[in-house]
Design a protein around this ligand. Structure first.
Ligand code: C2E
Ligand code: MG
Ligand code: MG
Ligand code: MG
Length: 287
């Protein structure tokens, strides 16, 4: 009956809610221990140099493999960690994993590629941020220019002068600074003109639109952003390259780098090393 299905819907809704609440509880009550015991894993997605079709770098993307072996994705816990402040610690931990991976390449005599790490706004303006980054670079004895710090355009909404000052300090140490997901929110060309970033990542929304009916408009906008960036000395990355058409389009626009499932999904550091760096370090103690 209508009434029966109504109550079924209510029950369904309740159990969804309950499941989400339980997962949030699990996440918040296990996060510290998970960090301690290495449950947050470094996954890497290749960044392809579009002028040569070779590996140009990698982006660090966190995966949480719980003690029961469940893989949790960033969308499931990063928003919670941004709410409770834990994100700053996790982001620094990911910078450390990236530094450690670069050190391993250097020790093995392999030419290292740069690694980009996502940084939450919580961390970016912490007083201890710069000293922490300096300490990591010193500990692993790696050149800072192999680490790119990715920030979101939302940071520029606040105070561009303050943000530029912080970016300048990071660049003086040698870090690269990249603006992630450009075009997904309140981005403006004004932001692009005023922010002294090294790299701009065009949100995958542009490619999604380019495959839909609005293809011409999206293509024109992307072309202009790439050209403008070039003239400002900012390198460009197109995100979300899923097809050979996306690949061709990105190349025809003159974009420097591409990232997306067409080249590779994010993979574990061990798989990345096997596929792209030419060695098998699958070690049950470390992975
Ligand atoms: P992001 O930094 O923009 O990373 C790109 C996201 O797009 C990744 O999702 C990646 O797996 C996905 N992606 C890559 N290529 C394609 C494609 O061709 N098609 C589609 N549909 N998706 C693609 P992921 O790994 O789930 O991460 C989601 C977001 O979570 C990231 O977006 C980033 O904002 C955040 N995040 C990930 N790791 C960290 C971290 O360590 N710290 C912080 N603060 N945020 C992180
Ligand atoms: Mg990113
Ligand atoms: Mg992005
Ligand atoms: Mg994103």
């Amino acid at each position: 009956s209508a009434r029966g299905s109504y109550s079924n819907n209510i029950r369904f809704y309740d159990s969804q809610l309950h499941r989400q609440e339980t997962q949030e509880n699990y996440i918040v009550s296990h996060m510290h221990q998970a960090l301690q015991s290495g449950e947050f894993r470094l996954y890497l997605q290749p960044k392809i140099d579009l002028s040569t079709d070779t590996l140009g770098g990698a982006e660090a993307l966190v995966r949480w493999i719980t003690e029961e072996g469940t893989m949790l994705f960033p969308d499931q816990f990063i928003p919670l960690f941004e709410g409770n402040g834990f994100c700053a610690r996790l982001d620094l931990y990911m910078v450390e994993r990236a530094c450690c991976q670069i050190r391993e390449w250097i020790d093995l005599g392999i030419k290292p590629v740069g690694i980009s790490v996502n940084q939450s706004k919580l961390l970016f303006f912490e007083r201890s941020y710069i000293p922490s980054l300096r300490a990591l670079i010193a500990k692993y004895d790696i050149p800072a220019n192999l680490i790119t710090l990715e920030i979101l355009e939302g940071l520029a909404l606040k105070n561009i002068e303050e943000l530029n000052a912080q970016i300048k300090v990071l660049q003086e140490i040698g870090f690269c600074v990249s603006m992630d997901d450009f075009g997904s929110g309140y981005s403006s060309l004004n932001t692009l003109a005023r922010l002294h970033i090294d790299e701009l990542k065009l949100d995958r929304g542009f490619l999604l639109e380019s495959s839909s009916g609005k293809s011409d408009r999206s293509r024109i906008i992307m072309e202009q952003i790439v050209q403008l960036s070039k003239r400002l000395g900012i390198s460009t990355v197109i995100e979300g390259i899923e097809t050979s058409e996306h690949d061709r389009l990105s190349k025809s626009l003159g974009c420097d780098f591409g990232q997306g499932y067409y080249y590779s999904r994010p993979v574990s550091a061990a798989e990345f090393n096997l596929k792209y760096m030419g060695y098998d370090a699958a070690d049950p103690d470390t992975d």
